[in-house]
Structures are given as structure tokens and as C-alpha cells.
Design a protein around this ligand. Structure first.
Ligand SMILES: [Zn+2]
Length: 182
């Protein structure tokens, strides 16, 4: 019984094998002892492997379920919430513009022009049940949208996404004007 309290039951993040590790070892090197073997630890360290893991739906599911489970334990939950509180105190409320972005100067200056003439900012347009697009500026009566496209929108993937978005908005009767900026 004495040994079990000194050891901790762990799940190898690489091969999903259950193993036991001395708690004292965890204190010394958490990263190294979080895997069942040297090979697994090496894999975990490699950035390439982690990148591949992040795109693996099974792994993502395992991690999110593991986190959910851990958050049900009062000790973990309190620890986590305390950390969040500390971060809030240090960095303040992290309220930003759409998609958690700080509104850039360009958007702010555009707001000065558009808001007085009846546009509203961050307008939600539902295109499916529970799914919406957040329009930068919208003149709701006439269904006119003004979108500020930053550097992110020049990426190929984003372009494809914007195309789908535009088609969906058009179908709903919206006229979308894109204003590119740096
Ligand atoms: Zn392993």
C-alpha cells in the first residue's frame, strides 16, 4: 500500500499504455517521465510528431476527453481556475474584436465613418441552424456588409473559405464589399 501512494498511475500520451511512475520522478522531470519509455518520450519531444498528433482526430478526442474528466476533479478544477484568475489579474479582461482579434487601427477608422451612417459592427448572420458569420460592418436594412480583409485573407486557404462564405451570404441576399488593408 505504501508503494502505491508513492507512485502515480499515468497514461502514455504516445502509445496509450498505462504505466506507473514514482511521484518523486515526476517532480524532477515531468516531461521526461510523462511517457512510458525512452522511445515514447523521444517521440513526444519531436515537433514533427506533435504536429501530426494535433491533426489526428483520435488524439484530439482523447486529449479533450481527458481534460474534461480531469476538470471534474475538484483539486484539478480549483488549480486550473486559480491559474485563470491569476492570468486575469495580470493581463486584464481579454476582450477583443471579432474572432478574438484586437480591432486594428484601420477597422477603428472605418468604424468612425460607417457607424454614424447606420452601419452596425460585429453583426451576426445565421446561415444554418446555430451557425453564423460575424460581419465586420453591416447595414441590416439593405443587407450590405463591409468586410475588412487583413493580411490573413491573402492566404490560399483563407481565400477558399472567404469564397464559400461569400456564396452563402449572397444566397441570403447580402451584398458583401471587401476592403483590403495591410
Ligand atoms: Zn508509450
Amino acid at each position: 500500500m505504501k508503494t502505491s501512494s508513492k507512485k502515480k498511475r499515468l497514461l502514455c500520451p504516445i502509445c496509450h499504455r498505462i504505466f506507473w511512475r514514482y511521484k518523486s520522478a515526476l517532480k524532477i522531470n515531468k516531461a521526461k517521465s510523462s511517457c512510458c519509455s525512452k522511445e515514447c518520450a523521444h517521440k513526444l519531444k519531436s515537433v514533427d510528431y506533435r504536429r501530426r498528433l494535433a491533426t489526428n482526430p483520435v488524439w484530439v478526442k482523447n486529449v479533450s476527453e481527458g481534460t474534461k474528466k480531469a476538470m471534474r476533479r475538484p483539486k484539478t478544477r480549483n488549480k486550473h481556475l486559480a491559474g485563470l484568475k491569476r492570468a486575469l489579474k495580470k493581463h486584464g479582461v481579454n476582450f477583443k474584436g471579432g474572432q478574438n482579434q484586437e480591432p486594428v487601427a484601420f477597422v477603428k477608422s472605418l468604424a468612425e465613418v460607417l457607424l454614424p451612417i447606420g452601419f452596425i459592427q460585429e453583426h451576426r448572420v445565421f446561415w444554418s441552424k446555430g451557425r453564423w458569420y460575424l460581419l465586420d460592418f453591416a447595414y441590416v436594412q439593405e443587407k450590405i456588409a463591409v468586410e475588412c480583409d487583413g493580411p490573413k485573407h491573402r492566404a490560399q486557404k483563407q481565400k477558399q473559405y472567404d469564397k464559400i462564405r461569400n456564396t452563402r451570404l449572397k444566397k441570403l441576399g447580402w451584398k458583401v464589399v471587401h476592403v483590403p488593408h495591410l
